[in-house]
Design a protein around this ligand. Structure first.
Ligand code: ASP
Length: 298
């Protein structure tokens, strides 16, 4: 069982940032390099003009879509038109209609990216994007095939585009999609994502049930497997929680749990997790067997 820890100790702000550039696996993958390096190269100096609303889920049980985060949603959108990105689900029209119905009750106007004559341009030029949930592999693959990953990341990083993500849409703000709960139903060219934040998230997080007879991995075990391979904090958010990144600060809205190699700790609504924005992750340092003869046994 991992020990408890503080947010400051979950991240090693003193670790040399160069270490993240010596990643192993993804280094040969298409898309690797500039985006990745930008996300983590100078985390201590970087100011954060980004405006992010990162929801664990779009709909709470028994409620309507986005109702739980309505105040933050309205504040972030202000009077701008939102560009909705529906590509995590297969039925884009149905998804866009449901989102439109939900946010119009909040006075928010939406256009769906797939209905634009140039969906890639609609995403590139958006004032606000709302990237919906569904399957994270399908979402990332769609954005890669549209060729918008680097441009969208740059726009959001500069503050030109404000970003709302829910579920899969939140997963892709991380350096990688390796901590999604989804099955890899398709093959994005790379797991590298937008890299807007230098840590990972795990969404729809559930505590282990000590009385369960289920023999598959618990969520905690899956997250700890990720940490065996990668030294990067994982911010787990329960359903109904979200993270707001605004004015150089990252604040928990609702409870969560922060996992790192040396332990985990509970987070509460209102917790300031800004130090996470300065983390310097290292990926792909898991142990692997070497080919060739085993060493002689004495
Ligand atoms: N499938 C989830 C969603 O978008 C994402 C996840 O659980 O990782 O709703």
């Amino acid at each position: 069982m991992p020990s408890r820890m503080s947010i400051e100790s979950a991240i090693d702000v003193t670790r040399p940032t160069a270490s993240v550039l010596s990643v192993r696996g993804d280094a040969s993958e298409p898309g690797h390099g500039s985006l990745w390096a930008t996300a983590v190269r100078s985390p201590r100096d970087r100011t954060v003009p980004m405006d992010l609303l990162l929801l664990s889920n779009s709909t709470n049980h028994g409620s309507t879509m986005f109702a739980h985060a309505a105040d933050d949603l309205v504040e972030l959108v202000a009077d701008d038109v939102v560009t909705f990105v529906p590509f995590a689900l297969a039925d884009w029209d149905d998804y866009a209609e449901r989102v439109d119905a939900a946010v119009s009750t909040l006075g928010i106007r939406v256009i769906a990216a797939h209905r634009a004559s140039e969906p890639d341009r609609a995403i590139r030029e958006a004032d606000v994007v709302l990237v919906g949930g569904g399957n994270t592999f399908r979402l990332l693959d769609s954005l890669q095939q549209l060729g918008v990953v680097d441009d969208l990341a740059a726009r959001v990083r500069s503050g030109a585009t404000r970003y709302i993500g829910s579920s899969a849409g939140t997963n892709i703000v991380c350096p990688s999609i390796r901590t999604t709960n989804d099955m890899p139903i398709c093959r994005p060219a790379s797991f590298d994502a937008l890299g807007l934040v230098p840590f990972q998230v795990n969404l729809h997080y559930v505590d282990p049930d000590p009385h369960s007879t289920f023999m598959g991995e618990t969520r905690d075990e899956r997250i700890n497997e990720f940490l065996e391979e990668n030294d990067c904090p994982v911010l787990a958010m329960y359903e109904g929680s979200w993270l707001r990144v605004h004015d150089d600060r990252a604040t928990m809205r609702g409870p969560g749990r922060l996992f790192a190699r040396h332990g985990s700790d509970d987070l509460r609504a209102g917790d300031d997790v800004t130090p996470l924005l300065r983390t310097s992750p290292t990926f792909d340092d898991g142990r692997r067997p070497r080919r060739g003869a085993l060493p002689p046994v004495d």
